[in-house]
Design a protein around this ligand. Sequence first.
Ligand code: GDP
Ligand code: MG
Length: 258
Amino acid sequence: MSTSEPVNIIMIGMAGSGKTTLMQRINAYLHEQNKAPYVVNLDPAVSKLPFQANIDIRDTVDYKQVMSEYNLGPNGGILTSLNLFTTKLDQVVSLVEKRASTTKYFLYDTPGQIEIFTWSASGAIITNTLAATYPTVVVYVVDTPRTASPATFMSNMMYACSILYKTQLPFLVAFNKTDVVGHEFAVEWMEDFEAFQRALRQQEDESFMNSLMHSMSLVLDEFYSHLRVVGVSAMTGQGMEAFFGKVDEAVKEYHDEF
Ligand code: GDP
Ligand code: MG
């Protein structure tokens, strides 16, 4: 099978947003299309993976053992495990390079707790290393039903915005769990500033918080105008084609820029 240049896809998102389930869905979808991906699990604390990983951090580090050896809590254990794994990143890269001529998509699942990956040296090293090999798209996974209130929505988007500026990589927001709640409200709030303001007014009283939120939503308006967005359901598979359409768009834009 011949393929064009490989693409890395890194799943990032709050705990429970559905990164792992979406990985499973994407993996299954690509298999159906005869485009078997190469799959890497970077979550040392996942108890059971619903997909078969080509590289699994758990084969290299046992986070529970790391916890007791270094006298750490769960978060420290996960972070230290990621650090230990990162010292072997060159081996990952050479395994990946061997597959690059036959594989188009390289998928990376990250630890449940978002900050372990996004606010650690290891997370940055892994992201930068991957981005230096092939075009790399950061997929920010959102738990749509849990982000349906204006205040939660905005804080989630602020977080997304901070990750975009931190990684400076092609970026796609995947509104997940659209089988439960559609993502149309999110698109409306992003496209129509007034609609978001109306939603805000319905929720909160006139207060300091409200005027702060008003100012922040002005800032986000600029972020939204460049944002690539898709609605998916990791559960039902809805939105897979659109997802890859957006991934390819992100990669294309990346090429146009460099
Ligand atoms: P992660 O922490 O981001 O890796 O999240 P998981 O993939 O472990 O998913 C967290 C929970 O959300 C699990 O109970 C999943 O079954 C559920 N979930 C994930 N994706 C979907 C979806 O598209 N629809 C629904 N209804 N539930 C989902
Ligand atoms: Mg997970």
